[in-house]
Design a protein around this ligand. Structure first.
Ligand SMILES: *[C@@H]1O[C@H](CO)[C@@H](O)[C@H](O)[C@H]1NC(C)=O
Ligand SMILES: *[C@@H]1O[C@H](CO)[C@@H](O)[C@H](O)[C@H]1NC(C)=O
Length: 174
């Protein structure tokens, strides 16, 4: 007894340590705005029925199921099935062969279809993904043409729920 808070120097050291820890946490979130595990959640709105959206996304996953990633095409997807309004799949990153899990949940809203899509890196320690989880999802939407001629088409996400969202470049054909 007696030392810690009885001693001004100790209190001072504790205070400095507390301020330092708080500042590091603040700096950490300021410079690291992404989820703590590489992943991405995106919301889309389509001016189409959810049946159409679901069919197109499944067809696209199947069309890109082949393993040959040497051609300039998306590849490495695997359609895992549907469960009510949810479809599930996998994407294996061409160069690195990491396996990311993804799903799309569809909800009809008037004549539109609201979709919440999630992709999570299969690599337990992954934090940075160079936008891979986002592109896993977006490439299926763009590749299937779901964004075309659709005046209700809308996409939203943010860095805090989608790793590297604001700087990701999804190059479909490179
Ligand atoms: C979609 O995948 C995420 C991450 O694996 C999971 O947390 C979520 O429950 C899944 N959603 C559905 C509707 O299965
Ligand atoms: C998109 O915007 C809606 C409405 O503001 C919000 O509820 C939703 O969480 C957003 N989605 C993402 C992935 O940030």
């Amino acid at each position: 007894m007696g030392c810690c808070c009885g001693c001004k120097l100790c209190c001072c050291v504790l205070l400095v340590a507390a301020v330092f820890i708080a500042a590091s946490l603040g700096l950490f979130s300021a410079f690291f705005p992404y989820p703590s595990h590489a992943s991405c959640r995106v919301n889309w709105v389509f001016g189409k029925s959810c049946t159409t959206v679901k069919t197109k996304l499944i067809e696209q996953m199947k069309a890109w199921e082949h393993d040959d990633c040497s051609t300039k095409q998306q590849c490495g997807y695997e359609y895992l099935g549907e469960d009510g309004n949810v479809i599930r799949g996998l994407h294996r990153t061409p160069l690195l062969k990491f396996e990311d899990k993804l799903n799309f949940t569809m909800n009809a809203n008037g004549g539109n279809c609201h979709v919440t899509a999630v992709s999570v890196s299969g690599l337990s320690y992954a934090v940075i993904d160079f936008g891979t989880n986002y592109c896993n999802l977006r490439n299926l939407v763009i590749g299937s043409g779901l964004d075309e001629n659709d005046r209700y088409y809308k996409e939203n996400s943010t860095n805090s729920v989608c790793t590297m969202y604001s700087i990701a470049h999804c190059n479909l054909y490179t």
